[in-house]
Every structure is written in C-alpha cells, then in structure tokens.
Design a protein around this ligand. Structure first.
Ligand code: GLN
Length: 475
C-alpha cells in the first residue's frame, strides 16, 4: 500500500521530492489539509499557519537546483514555547496569549536556513509543566491512537501532530522527559540532546539547567537528521558546548547495554516489562551484551527533580509580572498589578510549582531542600559516570505504563510519578532517546510503549546507533 504524502518520514519525503514524485506544494498541502481536518478533534495545534508561498517556492527552487539540504521543503510542527519571529508563542498559557516573538530561536533559524516549513505551533502543558498536556490553558491535546487517552506531555501537541501525520516531524522541549514520554505514548522516536548540545536561545525558559529542545519523529534517521541541524555552539547561549567539550569513549562493534535491574523490580506494568525484556533479548541475540548496573541514588531522582525544577521555574517565571510581558491586569497599586496579572494569567499547576520553588529557595529552607537536592544531583551524575565505565548505554522502559486516560492522574503526585525514568537524564545533563519497543493492549486498543537509552555526556550519536538497532533501520 502506498503511503499518503503526509504519512512519509522526512527521509522518504526528501528522496521523493528529489525524484520529482510530487512537489513541495503537494507535500505542504497534504499536511496542511490533514491538519485542518483532524485538528478540531485532536487539539494538537494551537494555531495552524497560512502557507508561506515565498518559502514554498524557494524550497522548490533549491531542490530543483540539486543543492538542497534534506530538510528543505519539509513541513514541521513547532512546540508553542519555541520562538518563530512574527508568530505568537504562548507556551499554552493565558499569560502569553498575545505574545508575538520578535526574533527566531536559534533552532528556528537553523531550520529555516535548511528550508524547513512550519505547519503550526503545537499544544503543550502550560510552560511545559506536566506529562499529559492536560495543563494547557487551551484544553488538552488528544492521542490520535485513542482519543480517550493523553498524547503524553508536555510536548503532547507535537507528538499528536506527528503521530496523526499532520506534520512529518516536530520539535519539542524536554526538561524532565517532555520529548521522550510523549514519544513513547504515541509510537514515535523522541530524543533529548546532551545539555548544551542545542542552543536554548529563543526557548521560553522553564528549568534553565535542565531544558533542551529536540526532535519527535517517525524514525531514528529523522531524529538524527533534525539533531544534526539543530546542534552546535551558539554565542547567544553561553551554556552551549562544542564537539570537544566531552572526551568521547569509543563504543565497540557490539554494544554493552547496562540494565539497572534494581530499578525495574516494581511499579512497571507486566506487559510493558515483558516488551522491555524481549527488546533486550533481541539485542542480545544480535551479539550485544547486557550488563547489570547499579544506580542506588536513582530512587531519589524524582524528589530531587521536583525540588530543582520548581526552584528554577519560579525564578524564570518571575519575569511574567504584568509589566514586561504578556497579560497586564491593573489594580490600585503596583503590588495589586502583579497579583492580579499573575493570578489570572497562570494555571493551577504553574502556581503550584511557583509556590513550591519559592518555598525551597526561601532563606529558612534553601539548605535543607535546594542545596541538598543539588548535592544529590552531583551524586547521581557520579553514579552514572561510574556505570558508564562498564557499559556504553543504560536502558529502561521510558514510562511504566502506556498512555493513560484523561483525568486518571489528577492527583499531582501520581502525574509526577510518570517521570520516574526520564528526569535523571536532565539532572545529569546526559543525552537520552525513546524508541518504540512494541505495543500492549488496553481496553481492546493496541498502544505503543517506548524503550529508553541514556548515553554519556556528548555521546548523542550512540543513541541513534542503538535506536536504529531497535527499529531495524540502517543509518
Ligand atoms: N513532566 C515533567 C514536569 O512536569 C517534565 C516536563 C518537561 O520535560 N518539560 O516537570
């Protein structure tokens, strides 16, 4: 059966464009029309952009000239917290409902230079806080594989858009799992680069020491392609790294896969655990080695994350004060201006995190909470570094369960537990990928699950290599 144009991967579309099987305009129309049709139901996009005729024509010319990069003419979806000059970037918050970006994020600029096109800006949890997209101020996005279930979060609009073939691929941001977890819940590949590998300039900041932008794609090859375009040091982000910041250990012809068995003993659905074991067994059968690794501090990763992340979020969100950006409500005094603007601009989860963050940074508690969490973060990183002495990558399931139903995790702590396997990569800065590892059944519906690999700092390419072994791609 031949695929519709919008069902193609980036690599497939790029080669068909070069073979003149269809035009850039045809490809744009296929995505834009699918998006117009499906978006009212899925709420994957907060806004669909009009066709940019000049960009479409110029992409076609570059392809016709025979010198176009692979991303040229490819329709992508952009998370609503990544700036595109002249477009609204609201981070799915009422606070920024009318905020129009005055410049391109560095990643946007790089994608534009390649000739990529943007279908629209995607729904997300407000300011990227959440694991389901239910915290969006504009209603949740739905999982196209089962619309009674979440598409994951916070980049759930991006995952829904790609899984429903409304764009060929999408950008997300990941502070504690927000690219990898929605990828797992929608059957996609999602990758969080090494901290500093991709510029944060032009991202609406959440946790500045944790945030990275990255790809959500239909294949590992597409994820690698987007990553290679986005990466690189940037004078606008002093935390970006260069290719020689980290010394690379060379992995051998077969890989040593670390499996922290002690973390997998409980809390994972039986059929998800079974998919994980059979994926590992298949890798072992191909000659790769499984090694039991111990990461004793991992049990604390979630509480450590939920101290550090709200602390940084509360500092970053202080700029939304009703004066400088976004919503401005007026009271009788300056203090009333702040209180009114922030009370009506922020949703419940955002307010909860600001309160939590302000508390852990307050003078009586900073040593007990924030500084302690920061120390534990150092221990976690040392443990991972030590584990990587004996293995090349570390594997676990991306999430303990497949996509859940709307409202199932209305208790904040149960929602935070969704991130149990993903937050450590952000705390350590290490790169990580989620790749589909097979489906499980819930209520008669077949739902995807993801396997998660973490690699040492700077070893991002190794993740594409192991990811392709799981999907059976040749890169
Ligand atoms: N779910 C996590 C949180 O709520 C991660 C969010 C993210 O990665 N942006 O903080």
């Amino acid at each position: 059966m031949t695929k519709s144009l919008n069902e193609l991967s980036i690599i497939e579309a790029a080669s068909a464009l070069r073979a003149k099987e269809f035009s850039v305009r045809d490809l744009w129309d296929a995505c834009a029309n699918a998006a117009k049709e499906r978006n009212p139901e899925l709420n994957a996009f907060l806004e669909l952009f009009e066709a940019d005729d000049a960009a479409i024509e110029s992409a076609q010319k570059r392809i016709d000239s025979g010198h176009a990069p692979l991303l040229c003419g490819i329709p992508l979806a952009m998370k609503d917290n990544i700036l595109i000059e002249g477009k609204i970037a609201s981070a799915a918050s009422k606070m920024l409902a009318n905020y129009r970006a005055t410049y391109d994020a560095t990643v946007t600029k790089k994608l534009k230079e390649e000739g990529a096109l943007f279908v629209g800006r995607t729904n997300m949890d407000e300011f990227a806080m959440g694991s389901s997209t239910e915290h969006s101020a504009y209603g949740p996005a739905k999982n196209p594989l089962d619309t009674s279930r979440v598409p994951g979060g916070s980049s759930g609009g991006s995952s829904a858009a790609v899984a429903a073939n409304l764009a060929l691929a999408a950008l997300g941001t990941d502070t504690g799992g927000s690219i990898r977890q929605p990828a797992a819940h929608t059957g996609l590949v999602g990758m969080k680069p090494t901290y500093g590998a991709v510029s944060r300039s032009g991202l609406i900041a959440l946790g500045s020491s944790l945030d990275q932008a990255g790809p959500l794609t239909k294949s590992v090859a597409d994820a690698k392609l987007l990553y290679d375009v986005m990466k690189g040091s940037d004078p606008l982000d002093a935390t970006t790294i260069t290719s020689d910041t980290y010394t690379k250990k060379e992995a051998g012809a077969t890989l040593r896969i670390g499996v922290p068995r002690h973390l997998l003993a409980e809390g994972i659905d039986e059929d998800v655990a079974a998919q994980f074991e059979s994926t590992l067994a298949a890798l072992e059968a191909e000659g790769h080695t499984l090694i039991d690794v111990s990461l004793p501090t991992s049990g604390y990763a979630l509480p450590v994350y939920y101290v550090i992340m709200p602390a940084e979020a509360s500092a970053n969100l202080a700029r939304f004060d009703g004066v400088r950006y976004g919503l401005a409500e007026r009271g009788g005094t300056l203090l009333e201006d702040y209180v009114k603007s922030r009370t009506s601009g922020f949703g419940t989860e955002t307010i909860r995190r600001i309160l939590l963050g302000t508390f852990v940074l307050s003078s009586g508690y900073i040593d007990a909470y924030y500084r302690k969490a920061d120390q534990a973060r150092g221990v976690l990183r040392a443990e991972y570094d030590a584990a990587f002495e004996s293995c090349d990558v570390i594997a676990f399931p991306t999430t303990p369960s497949p996509a859940f139903k709307f409202g199932d995790k209305s208790d904040p702590v149960s929602m935070y537990l969704e991130d149990i396997f993903t937050v450590t990569a952000n705390l350590t800065g290490m790169p990580a990928i989620s790749v589909p590892m097979g489906n499980v059944e819930r209520d008669g519906v077949s739902l995807p699950t993801g396997i998660h690999f973490t690699a040492p700092l700077g070893a991002d390419d190794l993740l594409f290599r192991i990811g392709a072994l799981v999907t059976g791609e040749t890169l």
